[in-house]
Design a binder for this molecule. Structure first.
Ligand code: G3I
Length: 375
């Protein structure tokens, strides 16, 4: 039967009942197929965790056993205004309640990032940009970071099990001779240097000593960025900073990373001695994304542009199979694999149809290709 044509009700029912869809007979859900290896997570949006997208909710609860909040716990969403009254916890509270109701492993995303952070965070009360050469400015920014982390992590203490503490702080350059370890355009880096990373982890640990704390970044498969990642983590480990997991986002395209590159990157990163989480998995099928290996939000219109690449559906299945073969091989180091969205229609790269379920909540051929890797 062509699964793209079966009615939604039937498709969802078959996902619940375990109707065989691949070589792994009797196993038809992602979370069951990989239950011996790692939990399978998914990033959810507000319509999903508020229960409005009922088909989405059915897929989430049938297929996944971990959740990440796509946007609602980012600084601009949870703490849009300055001061202790500047928080907006309602969406984050609903997200956590949804995860608890469905007994899922709950991720928090993200505490310190250069993007989706309000401008006031990096300004004084008169709107003047804070400067890294001014000790009082540095103190002010550190105090804000401390208060933010204490409040947000503290609110969900014992309920959010894993936090992306620092996101995308590494220099994005593909030039291996570029010696800057950190992203120079980030206001965190410009004002505080590596200190914001050290403090963010220490304060997150202080706020919830049991939470698992991640450093999360993209394109760490590529050698220049991977070298910087390894240098950063070694430096943090030497200072006893409580970084506990490496988050590799894995925003892939149809041919990158290759099977060899993914395997080599995981082998290399695992040498740090920390568990690895695949945190934001998707495979961009748009023509514009086939040369672009960056998940930088600023480059997204380019990466999601153009029509779908030729034979995109077939290549998508092959790429997902190749990635999951690597994840399965490295299952003793990989402790979580999370998809960045439920269906193609929800994705930040929806033009590139990058996920396992189409806009009608139907499993695509790539779904079976993934299940088959759980041998
Ligand atoms: O909330 C506003 C809404 O009020 C407005 O009507 C609408 C109109 O455009 O925009 C809404 O904000 C959007 C927001 O998502 C919530 O939907 C922003 O424009 C849009 O830029 C934002 O995109 C998110 C992106 O991060 C921003 O940085 C994507 O959904 C989200 O998937 C993406 O996720 C990031 C990870 O956090 C970190 N790694 C890379 C990954 C992809 O960029």
């Amino acid at each position: 039967m062509n699964k793209n044509l079966i009615p939604i009700g039937f498709a969802l029912a078959s996902l619940f009942t375990g109707c065989a869809m691949g070589r792994a007979e009797n196993v038809a859900t992602l979370k069951e197929a990989f239950s011996k290896d790692f939990p399978i997570g998914v990033a959810v949006n507000q319509r999903q965790f508020m229960g409005e997208d009922t088909n989405g909710v059915a897929l989430i609860t049938a297929q996944f056993n971990s959740l990440a909040p796509e946007n609602v716990l980012k600084w601009e969403a949870v703490h849009p205004r300055r001061g202790t009254n500047g928080y907006n916890f309602a969406p984050g509270d609903a997200y956590v309640a949804f995860g608890e109701k469905n007994k899922m492993l709950i991720v928090g995303h993200t505490l310190a990032w250069h993007s989706q952070t309000p401008r006031w965070v990096f300004q004084d009360d008169n709107g003047r940009a804070l400067s890294g050469t001014n000790a009082a400015d540095r103190e002010l920014l550190l105090a804000r970071l401390h208060e933010h982390i204490q409040t947000v992590v503290g609110r969900y203490k014992g309920r959010i099990q894993i936090w992306d503490v620092v996101n995308e702080a590494l220099n994005d350059s593909s030039n291996i001779n570029d010696t800057n370890m950190l992203r120079q355009s980030s206001p965190w880096v410009r004002i505080l240097g590596v200190e914001f990373i050290v403090k963010a982890f220490e304060w997150a640990h202080e706020a919830d000593p049991k939470a698992i704390l991640r450093y999360n970044d993209y394109s760490v498969e590529n050698e220049p960025k991977r070298k910087r990642l390894i240098a950063l983590i070694k430096m943090l480990q030497a200072k006893n900073v409580p970084v506990m997991v490496i988050g590799s986002q894995t925003h892939a395209n149809l041919s990158w990373p290759s099977a060899e590159l993914e395997d080599a990157a995981l082998t290399d990163i695992a040498k740090l001695g920390l568990p690895i989480h695949i945190t934001e998995l998707d495979v961009n099928g748009a023509q514009g994304g086939q040369r672009n290996q960056s998940a930088d939000v600023a480059q997204n219109s380019q990466a999601a542009g153009g029509k779908l690449a030729e034979s995109a559906d077939e290549k998508l299945s092959k790429q997902y199979a190749s990635l999951f073969a690597a994840f399965h091989k490295h299952r003793s180091e990989i402790k979580l694999v999370t998809f960045w969205g439920v269906t193609d229609a929800d994705s930040w790269r929806r033009n590139g149809k990058p996920l396992l379920f189409d806009g009608n909540w139907q499993p695509k051929p790539a779904f079976s290709a993934v299940i088959e890797q759980a041998k």
